[in-house]
Design a protein around this ligand. Structure first.
Ligand SMILES: C[C@@]1(CC(=O)O)C2=NC(=C\c3[nH]c(c(CCC(=O)O)c3CC(=O)O)Cc3[nH]c(c(CC(=O)O)c3CCC(=O)O)/C=C3\N/C(=C\2)[C@@H](CCC(=O)O)[C@]3(C)CC(=O)O)/[C@H]1CCC(=O)O
Ligand SMILES: NC(=O)c1ccc[n+]([C@@H]2O[C@H](COP(=O)([O-])OP(=O)(O)OC[C@H]3O[C@@H](n4cnc5c(N)ncnc54)[C@H](O)[C@@H]3O)[C@@H](O)[C@H]2O)c1
Length: 214
């Protein structure tokens, strides 16, 4: 059994502190920015990529070594220096203040792990091995990407729109469940071209209109 509880976290507008400015830090920062967090970066040296983000004012940069107290007020912390003793100090401070921390060189010390993930609009598929093999996570990701192709973004949006309409227009939960089951299990999602995708979307709405009237 895994000790990690999977969940989806909204970090938009939250202060996330990254200690360290190397390649791993850059990857973490880019992901945090993608989800619109407010990133504070603490490191004496940073990569060119991170320097670019500082110049574009995308992140707040404090050019210094980590000191105790730096984590106060953070929502999430990433200890990603190449110095295990410093990462450990960050871990201790975070634990003292009950701030969630990810420690790059120690999955077991981390409160949370960043999974490998696939995004198709609102559909997210995340894979984790509890840090035992990021390489396996990455392989599985590639396999799943082949099954859940980009077209799923639009399929999920249509499912969402139909669900919203059905909640208003189909009073019986049994009927709604039948509809959702039909849309997900019976309509074949053959969507390997835009033309086929459009045909599937049309079919989904047709199913909705016909089941609504029953
Ligand atoms: C998913 C992804 C998210 C992200 O970081 O953004 C991620 N690692 C990614 C990339 C990546 N990771 C590594 C390389 C170099 C190549 C290699 O060595 O493999 C590359 C680059 C690449 O593959 O391109 C190696 C590596 N990873 C960790 C250590 C430290 C250690 O194990 O001690 C070492 C050094 C091991 C060593 O020195 O040998 C630790 C972690 N990496 C995790 C996540 C967490 C566990 C996930 C899980 O449970 O499976 C965990 C525990 C911590 C965490 O939460 O960060 C991201 C995108 C992958 C994708 O999506 O394709
Ligand atoms: N989680 C992952 O996915 C993953 C992947 C590969 C490696 N790692 C681990 O992550 C760590 C960092 O890897 P990297 O390739 O980014 O290293 P790196 O050497 O490129 O960068 C280390 C950074 O830490 C900074 N630093 C050093 N001491 C500091 C201090 N006291 N305070 C603040 N910043 C300090 C340095 O200035 C530098 O910017 C390593 O321990 C490595 O084993 C993790």
């Amino acid at each position: 059994m895994s000790l990690y509880y999977p969940m989806m976290l909204k970090i938009q507008g939250k202060f996330c502190t990254v200690i360290g400015g190397g390649e791993v830090a850059e990857r973490k920062v880019r992901t945090l920015l993608k989800y619109e967090a407010k990133v504070v970066l603490i490191s004496p040296k940073i990569t060119e990529g991170l320097q670019g983000l500082v110049e574009e004012k995308k992140i707040t940069y404090k050019k210094k070594y980590y000191e105790s107290g730096d984590l106060i007020g953070s929502y999430l912390v990433y200890a990603v220096t190449d110095d295990a003793a410093i990462n450990k100090k960050c871990e201790e401070e975070a634990k003292m203040h009950q701030i969630l921390i990810n420690v790059a060189d120690s999955p077991t010390a981390s409160d949370f792990i960043v999974p490998s993930s696939i995004e198709r609009g609102s559909l997210t598929i995340a894979i984790s091995t509890e840090g035992k093999s990021p390489m396996l996570s990455s392989k599985i990701k590639k396999e799943i990407e082949e099954i859940y192709t980009e077209g799923y973004e639009e399929i999920v949006d249509v499912l969402g729109e139909i669900r919203e309409r059905a909640l208003k227009e189909i009073p019986s939960i049994k009927d709604r469940r039948y509809l959702f089951r039909y849309l997900v299990h019976e309509v074949p999602y053959e969507i390997d071209s835009q033309q086929k995708l459009e045909a599937v979307k049309k079919e989904m709405w047709k199913v909705y209109e016909s089941l609504k009237r029953l």
